[in-house]
Design a protein around this ligand. Structure first.
Ligand code: CA
Length: 334
C-alpha cells in the first residue's frame, strides 16, 4: 500500500543564513524569555535532521512512506520586510523544486509564501503551482498578529481556489500579548507557560481559531473551490462543531451553510504524527475517511509505526487506502 505524508518539514543553510540577517529586527526578549526560547529550541528543534536528505529517505524507506510533501520549516518571519520575504520565499521554493527534481517520485512541494505582501504571495503561489509543479501551500501562524481571514490576504485564497490547490494551516509562535494573558502565570515557571502557549496547546488553539474565522468570514461562500488542510487532528475544532452550530447559527452568521457543513466539506484533517487510535477513529467518524490525510511531522516527530498505525487500525481496507494515499492523490492532483 502506498503512503503519502503531508506535513514534512525541511530546511536549508542558505535560507537560514538569509533569515539570520534580519534577526536584529525582532523585538528584544527579556533574559527570562531568551532562556525559555533556548530551552524550547533545544527540546523541539531537530537541527541537522532538517537538512539531511539521506536520513530522510532512509526514514521514509523504513516506514514504507512512498512520498513526502515537503514544506520549508518557517522560511520567513514577521521580522523580514516584505521585499526580502518575497526574495527569500522564491529562493526557498526553488530549493524545494531541486529536491523534487532529484527524487521526482519521493517528494512533492508546498509553497512558502511571503504573506507580508499578499499580492506577491498570490503570484508566487501561481509560479510554484504552474511552473514548478507544487501541490499547494502551507501557511504558518498569523502575519504580524493578523489572522489570514482579514481582507488583505484574500488574493492568496482566490489564487489557491483558482488553481485548485489546498492551503495547509500550520501553527507558529503566538503573539506575545496573547501568550502573556492566556498562558503565563505566577503559579508555574516561565518555561511551562511557554510550552503551554506553544506546542503544549496555545499555537494549536490558534490554528483552530484561524479556520473558524475563515468560515465565519464567508470564505467558502465566496470561494466554493477552496480547501484547507488542518493538522493535529483538527486543532481542537472537530469536537466542538455541534456547539458552534448551535450558538453560531445561520440566523446570526448570515452564511449559506452551518459551520460544521463548511468544515466537513472544505477541511481535510491530518494527524501530524500524533498516532492516537482514539483520535483516528473519532475523526473518521466525524469527518468521513474521505477527509482524512496522513502526516508524520518529520523530523520533529519520527514515529516507527507509520505503516502499522493504519493497517492495524479498526478501519476498513477502503478507508485505510483513502487516508494512506487516495485522498492526497485527489486533493493534490498527484
Ligand atoms: Ca509541523
Amino acid at each position: 500500500m502506498k503512503i503519502i505524508t503531508l506535513e514534512e518539514h525541511y530546511s536549508d543553510q542558505r535560507i537560514m543564513d538569509a533569515n539570520r540577517a534580519f534577526q536584529g529586527e525582532r523585538p528584544k526578549m527579556t533574559p527570562e524569555q531568551e532562556e525559555a526560547m533556548k530551552f524550547l529550541m533545544s527540546r523541539a528543534f531537530p537541527g541537522p535532521e532538517l537538512l539531511d536528505f539521506d536520513a530522510r529517505l532512509q526514514y521514509m524507506d523504513e516506514n514504507r512512506i512512498d512520498m513526502q510533501v515537503l514544506s520549508f520549516t518557517t522560511p520567513v518571519t514577521d521580522a523580514v520586510p516584505a521585499q526580502d520575504a518575497v526574495r527569500i520565499c522564491r529562493q526557498a521554493n526553488d530549493i524545494t523544486k531541486q529536491h523534487m527534481e532529484e527524487h521526482p517520485d519521493r517528494f512533492a512541494g508546498f509553497a512558502s509564501l511571503p504573506m507580508a505582501d499578499p499580492k506577491a504571495a498570490a503570484e508566487e503561489l501561481e509560479r510554484c503551482v504552474k511552473d514548478l509543479g507544487f501541490v499547494g501551500t502551507m501557511l504558518a501562524g498569523r502575519q504580524k498578529g493578523r489572522f489570514f481571514n482579514e481582507a488583505e490576504f484574500l488574493p492568496v485564497f482566490e489564487k489557491a481556489a483558482g488553481l485548485h490547490v489546498p492551503v495547509y494551516f500550520h501553527p507558529a509562535l503566538i503573539p506575545m500579548d496573547v501568550q502573556q494573558s492566556n498562558y503565563m502565570s505566577d503559579a508555574y515557571s516561565y518555561i511551562v507557560g511557554s510550552e503551554f502557549a506553544s506546542a503544549g496547546y496555545g499555537w494549536h488553539s490558534e490554528v483552530g481559531i484561524q479556520i473558524v474565522r475563515m468560515i465565519l468570514s464567508g470564505i467558502f461562500d465566496r470561494l466554493p473551490e477552496l480547501n484547507f488542510i488542518c493538522g493535529h487532528w483538527g486543532e481542537t475544532i472537530p469536537c466542538f462543531l455541534d456547539r458552534m452550530d448551535a450558538i453560531l447559527d445561520q440566523s446570526i452568521t448570515g452564511l449559506q451553510k452551518t459551520i460544521s457543513e463548511y468544515y466537513r466539506e472544505h477541511v481535510y484533517i491530518t494527524p501530524s504524527g500524533i498516532l492516537s487510535t482514539d483520535q483516528l477513529e473519532y475523526i473518521v467518524k466525524r469527518m468521513g475517511a474521505d477527509h482524512v490525510l496522513y502526516a508524520v511531522d518529520y523530523p520533529y516527530l519520527k514515529p516507527d509505526n507509520v505503516y502499522e498505525f493504519l493497517t492495524e487500525s479498526s478501519l476498513t481496507q477502503e478507508e485505510i487506502e483513502l487516508i494512506a494515499h487516495k485522498n492526497a492523490e485527489r486533493l493534490l492532483n498527484l
